[in-house]
Design a protein around this ligand. Structure first.
Ligand code: ADP
Ligand code: MG
Length: 254
């Protein structure tokens, strides 16, 4: 059986203000879902809760991942279990290359699984990194860049996609925060998602922009409005959103 992320009747408050009001969503390995919705509807709140952000209080419901209570797991346990959150490492780390960072992430995961593990050898790591970069059609020199230091929006996204590939995420959540994501960055994300999608990876792309659907064809589309998923469907729902925007969602569910 593949990995499953199951969000059940999740209620979340920020500073005692209810934001999520009963979210239900199940993502299985091998599925690509898009979570859409107008600004302020609670999409990033959902992503932040998955990350374990302390500002968000879960007031009800459950999140089950790999049969465990995700909300009880530390951030690194979530990552080791195969959950990938794209904005997990957003900070610049001058002096640490992307390659070093990725090797350390693999090593810490191997050591957590087996305290006697010596980690991945440098030649083995280099081979693996090269093959992933070739697959993603990335220039090898990119891995020698210092992590996030002076990265453009597009390069940050490229680094995230590479992390997703190297860490072999089972369920990946990509929150395309609604500001500052230019069309190039959007295209990089979409190409990466399209390359990595397959039976081993479940993906949730969170976005306000209908236009990302020109590049990623999700199998499942969900619309969040005022802290609830009010519509779910397939590619036809994506097309409907592209043509009609969100006004009909507001009218129907206000
Ligand atoms: P979306 O990602 O769909 O645009 P958000 O989850 O960012 O929506 O925000 C949903 C609501 O929660 C908004 O009203 C927002 O102001 C509020 N909110 C989210 N995060 C915080 C926070 N850290 N502090 C205060 N309010 C927040
Ligand atoms: Mg958001």
């Amino acid at each position: 059986m593949g990995s499953v992320l199951e969000i059940r009747n999740l209620h979340v408050s920020v500073e005692d203000k209810p934001i999520l009001r009963g979210v239900n969503l199940t993502i299985k390995q091998g599925e690509v879902h898009a979570l859409m919705g107008p600004n302020g509807s609670g999409k990033s709140t959902l992503a932040n809760v998955m990350l374990g952000h302390p500002a968000y209080q879960v007031t009800g419901g459950q999140v089950i991942f790999e049969g465990q209570d995700l909300l009880e797991m530390e951030a690194d346990e979530r990552s080791r279990a195969g959950l990938f959150l794209a904005f997990q490492y957003p900070v610049a780390i001058p002096g640490v290359t992307l390659a070093n960072f990725l090797r350390q992430a693999i090593n810490s995961r191997m050591k957590a699984a087996d305290p006697n593990s010596k980690g991945i050898s440098i030649p083995e790591f280099r081979r693996m990194l090269k093959s992933k970069m070739d697959f993603l059609q990335m220039d090898h020199s990119f891995a020698g860049r210092y992590l996030n230091d002076g990265f453009s929006g597009g390069e940050k996204k490229r680094a995230e996609i590479l992390q997703m590939a190297v860490l072999q995420a089972r369920i990946a959540i990509l929150d395309e925060t609604d500001s500052g994501l230019d069309i190039d960055a959007l295209r990089i994300v979409a190409e990466g998602v399209n390359k990595l999608r397959g039976p081993e990876m479940g993906i949730l792309v969170i976005t306000h922009y209908q236009r990302i659907l020109n590049y990623i064809k999700p199998e499942f589309v969900h619309v969040m409005f005022e802290g609830q998923i009010v519509e779910s469907g397939g590619a036809d729902l994506a097309l409907h959103l592209e043509e009609n925007g969100y006004d009909w969602v507001r009218e129907k569910h206000a």
